[in-house]
Design a protein around this ligand. Structure first.
Ligand SMILES: Nc1nc2c(ncn2[C@@H]2O[C@H](COP(=O)(O)OP(=O)(O)OP(=O)(O)O)[C@@H](O)[C@H]2O)c(=O)[nH]1
Ligand SMILES: [Mg+2]
Ligand SMILES: [Zn+2]
Length: 291
């Protein structure tokens, strides 16, 4: 590190502009050096000051994790150095299981723990949604019912010691969770109808909030889709946790667990020990990969 560089953490990402909190607590408005802006909320960076309250990001320190999605053209970074993904779902707006499975795959691939929150448990349809989510409990994921508008306290212990990122479709209540935990944050939230009518998501950029010295929470904009173009089929195999014991046991080494004869995963599904819903999700994901 050059002596004039200052260390800090990216606490907000607005396209190519970033807000950085230096280790001594100052907030700097920064741009990355050069055209590439491969930096995300949660990144540790070294900044060269340019003017009062401003700087240029010179170095991005090595990351412990990087959560991102991608389409055929580019990567979309979600958060860096997080240890946990908090996937926020609700009975209304309806959550998509496909998106849920894709988030789990991305988190498994990034080596991040996932906890599934079913928010808005006051709404009709929540009991059925919880029933449907039992599958994920059997896979080892924590599923936590929540009513963020009235009480977020049962989520708090799960966040202790973690840097967590809230991810989910628009209108699920991610920002409401931040406000519940940190009333001073006063993050904008919106009625679903208002958010959908305007065609915009309420949260437009990721922001990191401090819960305490050791626990941090990143709010992120709602997602409609979660592209996984950066993964290979073998990465997806490993990210479906219930497939792991059967990998390498199919007749063909490059088995895509579809119509191949002698597929160990398909045999487990036929015997009812692996969920058909998950196998169908797996096939949709692998079919959509580039290579
Ligand atoms: N009934 C009910 N509504 C809730 C609950 N939690 C949040 N909401 C409402 O859900 C709507 C959307 O909440 P937000 O927190 O803005 O959702 P978001 O996930 O941050 O949405 P984006 O920023 O667009 O991604 C708001 O009207 C909230 O008041 C809850 O526990 N019960
Ligand atoms: Mg929001
Ligand atoms: Zn197979």
């Amino acid at each position: 590190m050059k002596s004039e560089h200052r260390h800090g953490t990216i606490i907000a990402a607005f396209g190519r502009r970033y807000e950085i909190e230096t280790d001594d607590g100052e907030i700097l408005d920064c741009f990355p050096r050069g055209k590439r802006s491969e930096v995300a909320c949660g990144d540790r960076v070294q900044v060269a000051p340019t003017a009062v309250g401003q700087g240029v990001i010179e170095v991005v320190d090595p990351r412990t994790s990087l959560l991102y999605r991608s389409d055929a053209f580019r990567q979309k970074l979600i958060a860096a150095n997080v240890t946990q993904l908090v996937l926020v779902l609700a009975a209304s707006p309806t959550y998509y299981q496909d998106l849920l499975d894709r988030c789990l795959v991305a988190a498994e691939h990034a080596g991040i723990v996932t906890i599934i929150v079913l928010n808005k448990c006051d709404l009709d349809g929540s009991a059925a949604a919880l029933q449907s989510l039992r599958l994920y409990q059997t896979l080892g994921y924590e599923v936590l019912p929540l009513e963020a508008r009235t009480d977020t306290s049962r989520l708090r212990p799960h966040l202790q010691g973690h840097t967590s990122v809230l991810v989910g479709q628009s209108g699920m209540g991610k920002s409401t969770i931040v406000n519940g935990l940190l009333p001073d944050a006063a993050v904008a939230t919106a009625e679903i109808s208002a958010a959908l009518d305007s065609g915009k998501h309420t949260t437009t950029h990721a922001r990191l909030h401090h819960l305490d010295r050791d626990s941090h929470l990143i709010d992120s904009p709602g997602l409609q889709e979660f592209g996984l173009h950066h993964l290979k089929p073998t990465d997806v195999d490993l990210a479906f946790v219930e497939f792991r014991p059967w990998l390498g046991k199919c007749r063909f080494a490059n088995c895509r667990h579809d119509h191949e004869p002698g597929c160990a995963v398909t045999a487990e599904a036929a015997a009812g020990r692996i969920s058909d819903r998950r196998v169908a999700s797996y096939r949709r994901i692998v079919t959509g990969l580039s290579g």
